[in-house]
Structures are given as structure tokens and as C-alpha cells.
Design a protein around this ligand. Structure first.
Ligand SMILES: *Cc1c(COP(=O)(O)O)cnc(C)c1O
Length: 297
């Protein structure tokens, strides 16, 4: 039986424009969104070791949590189908029909969708809540919301390490949700390079402390930019939508509206402000997410 997810190696592309040549910057995009048709981008790396360990421990079911538009739910459902594991998705909020694209896809992969109120969802890590799920569904391997745990960070660190060998750069930029991917980048990348995370959440101030806790080592080569959330998680603006169209037209680069577009707006803005050192290479990580937002209104 297949025990590992398929992986397609991904291209590195260069963005060229008058703005970039006048600021003497090289902007490269690692198109990690293309690594798998449905377990894409950072979700592939976050799931890698979780899937391995779940199978080693003899589990046949994965259980995880997310909102109705969660890329992690989408990816977990697809991973379960590919590896022959059952999947259960604990979804925040009430069922709304027809199902949106993310949930319809998850269900088509065989994921059992279990809806809980927002109030109950907040208690999802408590013993009683999990014990009830155990009674109902039997044994399962638990993956936390957003897929962030130690094994997820291990996978991201492995990717970071690989990336450092593939290309030389001065800065690495990536979008942040829970901060798990960022923590992996910090662990896996040489401290001479700067890592900049762009928070897609409003009030992402708590992230710094969270990431410090996870990475534990005394690394100072990273920062989190919290100025480009555009109203908060999942919120969008006309400006963002126009930017997505422009990036598609000018650079043939598709961006999602929850994460990658906000980071990219931030990078272009910082470039105009002269934030990056002249002559440096900025590597941008495309973390995926295109499947969910294409259908999101
Ligand atoms: C989930 C996701 C993120 C956030 O990753 P974290 O590890 O939670 O910070 C970023 N970009 C995309 C496209 C995602 O789907």
C-alpha cells in the first residue's frame, strides 16, 4: 500500500519589473503551491510526518479541526483518500447547504464532517470533548487545528533545509496563519538569512511569543510583519482583488486571497519603501491555498 504522499518538484521563478530593477532586487518565487494537486504548499510538509507517524502507530483514522474554508481540512481529506486512511473533520459552526467548495471536496474524499457550535469548538482541546469524539468514532490520530504540531514543524524545517540548498537568498518571505510553517523555516534555515513572516490575521502580535516558544533556540534572524492583514483573517478588499488580477496578468502568478496575496502586497510595498538591501535576493514562498479561494465569495 502507498504510505507516502505523491510529491511533484516545484519551479523557482523570477519576477521582473521596472520597480524591481530600479530597486536592484531579485525577487524569486518558490512555487511550492504546485507540489501536489490537492495537498498543496505548506500543508504537504505539515502533514508529511504526521501521516508517517499515524501509520507507524497503526491508526486508520485521522481526526482534525478547522473552519469551513480551511485549507488544512481540504488537504487532510485529500491525504486520507490517497493513503487509504479514514478522515474526520470537526468543523466550526453550523452546516450550511449547499456545501462550499472546500467542504464538498472534503466530503467527496470520504471525510466525515462533524459540525460543532463555535462555543463547543473553543473547547476542542479539552479532555472531555476529545473523550466524546473517541466514544463516537473510536480510535483516531489527532492533528490539531491548522495542522501545527511538532511533526508539522519538522516537515517544514526539512523543506527549508532543502530550499537553502537549491537557491541562495538573503531574505525569505512567507505568509503566516498559526506560525507553524514559519517556525519550521526558522529551524531549517541558516541564521545568516533573514526570515520575514506576513501575518494574515489582525492582531498577530501574539505570534512572536508563540514562535519563540516553539523554536526555543536563540535565533534573532526573523521578524513578523503585522501591517498587511487587510481587515483580518479571511477578509478581503477591492485593492487585494485587483492586485491578484495584476499579478496574474503581469507575472502569470496566481495568488490566493487569504494568505499569499497579503504577503505579496506587503513585499511590493516594502520594496517601494526601500526596505530590502540593494542588490539582495528575496525568496518568496508560495504556500498554496489556491484551491479554497477560487470558489470563495
Ligand atoms: C495554512 C496556510 C498558511 C499558514 O500556515 P501556518 O503554518 O498556519 O502559519 C499559509 N498559506 C497558505 C496558503 C495556507 O494554506
Amino acid at each position: 500500500m502507498q504510505t507516502q504522499l505523491q510529491y511533484v518538484s516545484t519551479p523557482l521563478i523570477e519576477l521582473r519589473s521596472p520597480l524591481l530593477s530600479t530597486s536592484k532586487l531579485k525577487l524569486l518565487v518558490k512555487r511550492e503551491d504546485l507540489n501536489h494537486p490537492s495537498v498543496s504548499g505548506n500543508k504537504w510538509w505539515k502533514l508529511k510526518y504526521n501521516l508517517e507517524v499515524a501509520q507507524q502507530l497503526g491508526h486508520h483514522t485521522l481526526l482534525t479541526f478547522g473552519g469551513a474554508y480551511s485549507n488544512h481540512i481540504f488537504a487532510t481529506a485529500a491525504a486520507g483518500r490517497e493513503l487509504g486512511l479514514k478522515t474526520i473533520g470537526i468543523i466550526r459552526g453550523e452546516e450550511t447547504l449547499p456545501l462550499n467548495h472546500t467542504l464538498a471536496f472534503a466530503e467527496s474524499c470520504g471525510m466525515k464532517l462533524h459540525y460543532v457550535s463555535r462555543e463547543a469548538y473553543r473547547k476542542k482541546t479539552e479532555k472531555d470533548f476529545l473523550a466524546k469524539l473517541n466514544d463516537q468514532y473510536g480510535d483516531f490520530y489527532l492533528i490539531p487545528e491548522g495542522g501545527t504540531n511538532e511533526l508539522a514543524i519538522k516537515g517544514c524545517a526539512e523543506f527549508a533545509n532543502q530550499l537553502s540548498k537549491e537557491v541562495d537568498f538573503d531574505y525569505l518571505c512567507l505568509p503566516i496563519g498559526t506560525g507553524g510553517t514559519m517556525a519550521g523555516m526558522i529551524k531549517g534555515i541558516d541564521p545568516s538569512k533573514k526570515i520575514i513572516g506576513f501575518s494574515s490575521l489582525k492582531g498577530g502580535g501574539f505570534l512572536k511569543e508563540e514562535i519563540e516558544k516553539i523554536t526555543s533556540v536563540e535565533k534573532t534572524n526573523w521578524s513578523i510583519n503585522i501591517d498587511y492583514h487587510f481587515g483580518g483573517y479571511g477578509k478581503t478588499t477591492r485593492e487585494l482583488m485587483t492586485f491578484i488580477e495584476d499579478m496574474k496578468m503581469n507575472y502569470q502568478l496566481p495568488l490566493d486571497q487569504v494568505y499569499t496575496v497579503k504577503m505579496m502586497m506587503g513585499i511590493f510595498d516594502l520594496t517601494r519603501q526601500g526596505y530590502f538591501k540593494l542588490g539582495s535576493t528575496v525568496l518568496i514562498l508560495h504556500t498554496g491555498g489556491l484551491q479554497g479561494t477560487r470558489f470563495m465569495k
